[in-house]
Write a protein that binds this ligand. Structure first.
Ligand SMILES: CC(C)(COP(=O)(O)OP(=O)(O)OC[C@H]1O[C@@H](n2cnc3c(N)ncnc32)[C@H](O)[C@@H]1OP(=O)(O)O)[C@@H](O)C(=O)NCCC(=O)NCCS
Length: 180
């Protein structure tokens, strides 16, 4: 199986990241706000600015990279402050529907807990974004009850505490009497 890796954003990811954003622009715009034309023309400067911001510890950007260097997704941990942060993600259209986002979020949560020292991760999704909501729910995010407006669409807020609550221990099995 070809290896797909989650990597922390680096300067040399720029060309593949731009290709990813270009190829999937229409797909993303169907669920999340379009980035606008300036994003694409000013991409190099923006990439440098994101890396500089990452250096400060205020955010942690990640990309999902195929064996040949193609970028298949991005998973951003932003607004890091006081042990909490916001998570956002997007996956290439051709890579959807095979659990990649779920697996990447699983790895991101591990990094948030063990590497970034976070205890709370928040996320938000449009009410109609079934795929995103499915990923968040499967990864243990729970609804906060907030009603949000995300670029004009009704949305919901999610939160995930780290580490996950330890499930209560299963009751001890009743011993089977041994024949004497
Ligand atoms: C949201 C997104 C990351 C999901 O990626 P993905 O790799 O397909 O996600 P997964 O395969 O891990 O899980 C998606 C789940 O949603 C389900 N799903 C997808 N579309 C669905 C739909 N329209 N109705 C019901 N369920 C749907 C899938 O079946 C899957 O669940 P299953 O494994 O139980 O079948 C991807 O679709 C995407 O990038 N969309 C555009 C940007 C975006 O919306 N980002 C999130 C902003 S909050």
């Amino acid at each position: 199986m070809p290896e797909i890796q989650l990597q922390r954003l680096r300067p040399d990811h720029a060309p593949a990241l731009l290709a990813f954003e270009r190829e999937n622009r229409a797909f993303f715009a169907a669920s999340v706000p379009d980035r606008g034309d300036d994003y694409f023309t000013d991409f190099a400067a923006r990439h440098a600015a994101l890396l500089a911001e990452q250096e400060t510890g205020a955010c942690h950007f990640h990309v999902l990279v195929a064996e040949d260097g193609e970028i298949l997704g991005r998973f951003n941990v932003v607004n890091v402050a006081d042990g909490s942060a916001d998570l956002g993600f997007r996956l290439a259209e051709k890579a959807t529907g095979r659990g990649l986002a779920t697996e990447a979020v699983r790895q991101i949560l591990k990094a948030c807990e063990r590497t970034y020292g976070l205890t709370t991760v928040r996320a938000a999704a449009a009410l109609t974004n079934t795929a995103s909501r499915a990923v968040l729910t499967r990864m243990g995010f729970v609804l906060t009850g907030e009603e949000l407006v995300l670029s004009g669409k009704r949305g919901v807020g999610y939160v995930r505490h780290l580490p996950a609550e330890t499930p209560t221990a299963a009751p001890a099995p009743t011993p089977t009497p041994t024949p004497t």
